[in-house]
Write a protein that binds this ligand. Structure first.
Ligand code: NAD
Ligand code: MG
Length: 392
């Protein structure tokens, strides 16, 4: 029987890698929904090629354009937030969550409520509303499979093991675009330079988040939320080659490391075929050629986001929603060239200093409404601080 699959964020970097795998075996899949944002031509092209039931753009103003691009084809066109949620509610066996940012949360929740297996690339869902997401899956007998490469690696290193015997989880970080820059030069880092990753080809936002290590900060929280491992057992380690994705250390001293090429189709393919392993079109590593692996401790002066992540995990509750919102705004205003590269961390830290002590906000029940409220106040506070920082 064909597997019904939907891809949220189909036009992005993860979405396109997912499509690459699915398009290699069209006979095995029945594509339900593909969604995108501004890239209407790509969305329509893929929806036609994969014979999707429906294509949805998040931008309501682009509906006419999408309809035109799909004219005469047997693919429905829709637009806007409600249409995204309606598409997420359509019966599907496997749903890829690859929208970028907090906007990915609600479609993911909707898919889980309908019992779909959620392949989760959208780490922001776990950071902003980890407990809500995990509880929703449990309540509806749905499964979440990690797609972030480090979390897929941890998941694979845990197969057959007992989580209670885990002593530590190490996730690796490439160090991003400025890992070798002198610290005093960082304030000169431009948006173009921050948008180029030394090892991976990803969307612009996650690439800049790799340079600040806000991406790794989100991933530490993601590890905590998904696997239930406490903050003091999770660490980040700089490994510039990005070949070891994560290591799980057990109480007998053994470390299980996941080693693989830096190609997201591995983690996507693992989630697509789980619990089986299927042949995947990724490079096979040649250890004799690689010679050695390099590691370096995280420099906290270069990457203040890592310390913030541990504060957020220890604070718990809605701290993650505030942190993610502040980080998204910091990234927006950096991309708009209103603040400098190093000011992104200053801005996020300012928001945390102001809002984390607010126990009424942070300890509120984790409902979708309260997550939205924490996200809103995080963004508002970040915008206020950004306008102060931007003043000459
Ligand atoms: P991207 O920017 O390349 O693509 C994002 C997708 O989301 C696009 O389809 C875009 O149209 C859509 N989108 C953007 N804003 C939206 C909104 N408000 N509502 C609905 N749709 C919207 O991003 P990406 O690099 O593919 O990353 C996607 C997610 O996967 C992120 O959460 C990222 O952290 C995570 N991730 C990415 C990689 C990677 O290698 N790219 C690796 C691990 C995890
Ligand atoms: Mg990752």
């Amino acid at each position: 029987m064909k597997r019904r699959v939907s891809i949220f964020g189909a036009t992005g970097s993860i979405g396109q890698s997912t499509i690459d795998l699915i398009a290699r075996a069209p006979e095995a899949y029945d594509v339900v929904a593909l969604t995108g944002g501004q890239n209407i031509a790509q969305l329509a092209r893929d929806a036609i090629a994969l014979k999707a039931d429906i294509a949805v753009t998040a931008d309501e103003a682009r509906l006419g354009e999408l309809r035109d691009a799909l004219a005469g084809r047997d693919v429905e066109a829709a637009a806007g937030r409600e249409a995204l949620l309606e598409a997420a509610a359509r019966p599907a066996d496997w749903v890829m969550s690859a929208i970028v940012g907090a906007a990915g949360l609600e479609p993911g929740l909707e898919a889980l409520k309908h019992g779909s297996t959620l392949a989760l690339a959208n780490k922001e869902s776990l950071v902003t509303a980890g407990r809500l997401l995990m509880d929703t899956a449990k309540q509806h007998g749905a499964r979440i499979l990690p797609v972030d490469s480090e979390h897929s690696a941890v998941f694979q290193a845990l197969v057959g093991e007992d989580i209670s015997s885990v002593e530590r989880v190490i996730i690796t970080a490439s160090g991003g675009a400025f890992r070798d820059w002198p610290l005093e030069k960082l304030h000169e880092a431009t948006v173009a330079a921050a948008s180029t990753h030394p090892n991976w080809n990803m969307g612009q936002r996650i690439t800049i988040d790799s340079a600040t290590m806000f991406n790794k900060a989100l991933e530490l929280i993601e590890t905590h939320e998904f696997f239930g491992v406490p903050s003091d057992k999770i660490e980040a380690l700089v490994h510039s080659q990005s070949l070891i994705h994560a290591m799980v250390g057990y109480q007998d001293g053994a470390l299980m490391a996941h080693v693989g090429p830096h190609d997201m189709r591995h983690a996507i393919g693992y989630a697509l075929h789980w619990p089986k392993r299927a042949h995947l079109p990724v490079e096979r590593l040649d250890f004799a050629k690689i010679g050695q692996f390099d590691f370096k401790a995280v420099e906290h002066a270069r990457y203040p986001a890592i310390r913030m992540a541990h504060d957020v995990m220890e604070r718990g509750g809605l701290a993650g929603a505030v942190f993610n919102a502040a980080k998204e705004v910091a990234l927006d205003v950096f991309i708009a060239e209103q603040i400098s590269f190093v000011q992104m961390a200053v801005l996020v830290e300012g928001v945390l200093d102001r809002l984390l002590p607010d126990s009424g906000l942070i300890n509120a029940t984790m409902s979708l409404d309260n997550v939205r409220a924490a996200d809103h106040i995080g963004r508002k506070t970040a915008l206020e601080l950004a306008s102060k920082l931007a003043q000459p």
